[in-house]
Design a protein around this ligand. Structure first.
Ligand SMILES: NC(=O)c1ccc[n+]([C@@H]2O[C@H](COP(=O)([O-])OP(=O)(O)OC[C@H]3O[C@@H](n4cnc5c(N)ncnc54)[C@H](OP(=O)(O)O)[C@@H]3O)[C@@H](O)[C@H]2O)c1
Length: 340
């Protein structure tokens, strides 16, 4: 089956996905019978382009890497028209995350689903704020709303719970859901203070100029909300999840934990209780022998507590061009397999 792909947002992830699709074109076709054309790209910075026969993606990558606007196949259509009018079967929504309103992404997702087109996204906004509505809309239009990349990039979390762990009752999910803060806590153990470590994290590109979303725990809260609603069917709203970041952790807190054989981690947690699903984000001192204690630097990890397997821990990257581009590919392959 030939998939006609549209990409909204040609930044880090959009370009990473394109690089993977180009590199693996033959592999995907031979191994899975997955063939594709990227026929539409819509991006603020580079412009909107469409070619029903397939865009020249090598050229688009070259122009984007050079910071130039796209030079061929340009259309003066807005995003809504791009989504509705182009001959596309699936849209990859890769614009910026807005955890307050969903941003433009929510309109992109709604429009695509209403136009009977699948949506694959790594954008937490639509998934954290509007998942039940989007899922209902997708079901109504017999298409898929796929969100693996919204939690821990390409490290399989949503698809792990839905696939290999299907049949288990998942009673608890606890983990390190934000690489920036895990990097900062790891570095603070080497003796540096919070402000010094934050500066280094910003220099290395782990933390943004405005680090609020990471250090206050809001990014992790978005992911916890997605897990609570999708894996545990909780129906909770993002603002209902208690959230505390790492800004109050001092060097002396780090030392105290060390002396007691423990280590600070920013833990996102979702748990099934007798009073419903409880979710939270907060710094916790965990025992050194816990599987999450050894997860250092920008790496992410999640432990699923299950009835049939006990605890299952998965460790992997939570960000990156190729790592997140891969999350989109896994969902595209899933859509492909379901439609064969
Ligand atoms: N990068 C990662 O490692 C990672 C990991 C997990 C999840 N994610 C999520 O994946 C999504 C994409 O991330 P990214 O790192 O690729 O972001 P990015 O590098 O900032 O790229 C986003 C691109 O979308 C464009 N854009 C913004 N609003 C748009 C609109 N309304 N219509 C068309 N284009 C628009 C941006 O243009 P301007 O620059 O001109 O605004 C930019 O070129 C985000 O939601 C992010 O949170 C990223």
């Amino acid at each position: 089956m030939k998939h006609r792909i549209g990409i909204l947002g040609f930044g880090t992830v959009g370009q990473g996905l394109t690089e993977i699709l180009l590199k693996k074109k033959e592999f995907l076709s031979k191994k899975y019978g997955f063939t594709y054309s990227i026929v539409a790209v819509a991006d603020f910075k580079f412009g909107n382009v469409y070619n029903p026969k397939g865009l020249d993606m090598e050229r688009l990558l070259k122009e984007a890497r050079a910071g130039k606007k796209f030079s061929k196949d340009i259309v003066d259509w807005d995003n809504e028209k791009m989504i509705k009018k182009t001959d596309t079967s699936v849209w990859c929504e890769l614009t910026y995350t807005d955890l307050q309103t969903g941003g433009p992404a929510i309109n992109h997702v709604r429009t695509a689903l209403k136009s009977d087109k699948h949506v694959v996204t790594s954008n937490k906004g639509p998934a954290a704020l509007f998942y039940p509505e989007m899922k209902k809309l997708a079901d109504k239009h017999n298409v898929r709303f796929m969100i693996e990349g919204t939690v821990v990039a390409g490290t399989p979390i949503i698809n792990l719970a839905d696939g290999p762990l299907a049949g288990c009752t998942i009673t608890k999910i606890r983990g390190i859901l934000n690489g920036t803060t895990n990097y900062m806590l790891s570095e603070m153990e080497k003796g540096m203070g919070y402000n010094e470590v934050l500066k280094i994290a910003q220099e290395k590109g782990y933390a943004e100029a405005d680090p609020t979303g990471d250090v206050e725990g809001y990014d992790a809260r978005g992911k916890v909300t997605i897990l609570a609603n999708i894996v545990m069917g909780a129906g909770i709203k993002i603002n209902e999840v208690p959230c505390e970041g790492i800004t109050k952790i001092t060097s002396s807190d780090i030392e105290k934990a060390k002396k007691n054989g423990k280590r600070w981690k920013l833990i996102g947690s979702v748990e099934m209780t007798d009073h419903g699903v409880k979710a939270s984000v907060k710094p916790e001192m965990i025992e050194m022998n816990h599987p999450l204690a050894g997860v250092m630097g920008a790496t992410n990890a999640l432990t699923f507590s299950t009835d049939l397997l006990g605890d299952v821990t998965i460790v992997g990257p939570g960000a990156g061009k190729i790592e997140t581009g891969f999350s989109i590919l896994t969902d595209l392959i899933k859509i492909h397999r379901e439609s064969c």
